[in-house]
Design a protein around this ligand. Structure first.
Ligand SMILES: *Cc1c(COP(=O)(O)O)cnc(C)c1O
Length: 337
């Protein structure tokens, strides 16, 4: 039983419960004080992900928000600027941490339909080197971005662009494994285009907590200092890292199941008359502008199905959702509209 929760919870892929195998890996983890660099399980997780993503080193952090923040603090100084999407997690959903704690100014741009930032728009927003302006030094991208997979051709064009304009590239890769599984490529194909990558273990990979920031050895060494500054230096955190290692071993390839369930859910909703965005990974975006979503939410809840009501409804599949439950959800939607 992977998800003992009595609910069919489609609000997010953060709601997964650690399975027995993961819990037992946590229980038997070898641990030490990681601030002293003495936790062997944390080190193994950092090394494992660094190798897998083609980077020199990794840094284990409690959350993805802190991982992105530490990346900003490491890449940028006070008075620097980073370019990100209007709807990006880093800019919109992290309390403005870079600005609040680092004096780093965001320059948000509209995302293109495919989740990319138009590089010509990025180029035009780079500030001249002049005392009037913040120093544009970093571009942050997200992959997947609201369930969308950034196109390979776009990713391949990034390093030359960044070099031409003396910019660093950070990837908020909270769900980068969803992207690599959907593309059917090694995750390195995506991650080697970036100077740093943040990966969440607590989303579709199913760990209870934790993110890993990856980059060069000097980058990670500086990031380690910033992690301590923002209070993210943990002690016997190998207990959490063990869950992350278990997730990497058991829960990456199976993301394909979440994707096919999202496609089945999307197709079923289309049959019921809903309009949806094309489904690429584990998220279905449903146009509910014609519906009373609060009523739908209440009716679904009576059948133990949880959604976050929105006119642009986001339904997320994860390892706690089975084929059978997708069928139940579609029946419940049919009865709720
Ligand atoms: C979840 C998420 C994060 C970080 O989330 P935490 O809840 O802080 O772990 C960052 N970026 C994206 C795109 C996310 O979905």
């Amino acid at each position: 039983m992977i998800c003992p929760d009595e609910f069919i919870d489609l609000r997010s892929d953060t709601v997964t419960m650690p399975c027995d195998g993961m819990r037992s890996a946590m229980q038997s983890a070898r641990v030490g004080d990681d601030v002293y660099g003495e936790d062997p399980t944390v080190r193994l997780l950092e090394e494992t992900l660094a190798r897998r993503l083609g980077k020199a080193e990794g840094l284990f952090l409690p959350t993805g928000t802190q991982s992105n923040l530490v990346a900003l603090l490491t890449h940028c100084g006070r008075g620097d600027e980073y370019i990100a999407g209007q709807q990006s997690h880093t800019y919109k959903y992290e309390g403005g941490g870079g600005a609040v704690l680092g004096g780093i100014q965001p320059q948000p741009l509209e995302f293109c339909k495919d989740g990319t930032l138009d590089l010509e728009a990025v180029r035009l927003s780079i500030k001249p080197r002049d005392i009037h302006f913040a120093r544009t030094s970093l571009v942050c991208l997200e992959n997947t971005m609201q369930g969308k997979v950034l196109p390979l051709e776009y990713l391949l064009s990034l390093p030359v662009f960044a070099q031409q304009h003396d910019l660093r590239l950070h990837l908020d890769g909270a769900r980068v494994f969803n992207a690599s599984v959907a593309m059917g490529v090694d995750v390195k194909v995506i991650t080697t285009m970036f100077d740093s990558i943040s990966v969440c273990l607590s989303k579709g990979l199913g760990a209870p907590a934790g993110s890993v920031l990856l980059g060069s050895a000097p980058f990670i060494s500086e990031a380690r200092r910033w992690r301590k500054v923002v209070g993210g230096g943990m002690r016997q955190s190998g207990i959490l890292a063990a869950a992350g290692l278990y997730a990497l071993q058991h829960n990456v390839e199976r993301l394909a199941d979440d994707h096919s369930r999202a496609i089945a859910l999307g197709n079923g909703l289309v049959s019921l008359g809903f309009q949806i965005d094309p489904v690429q990974t584990n998220m279905v975006y449903v146009d509910c502008s014609q519906y009373d979503v609060e009523t739908i939410r209440q009716r679904l809840l009576r059948k133990s199905i949880r959604i976050t009501p929105s006119k642009r409804l986001r339904l997320v599949t994860h390892l706690g959702i089975s084929d059978h439950q997708i069928a139940l959800v579609l029946e419940a939607f049919a009865d709720s509209i």
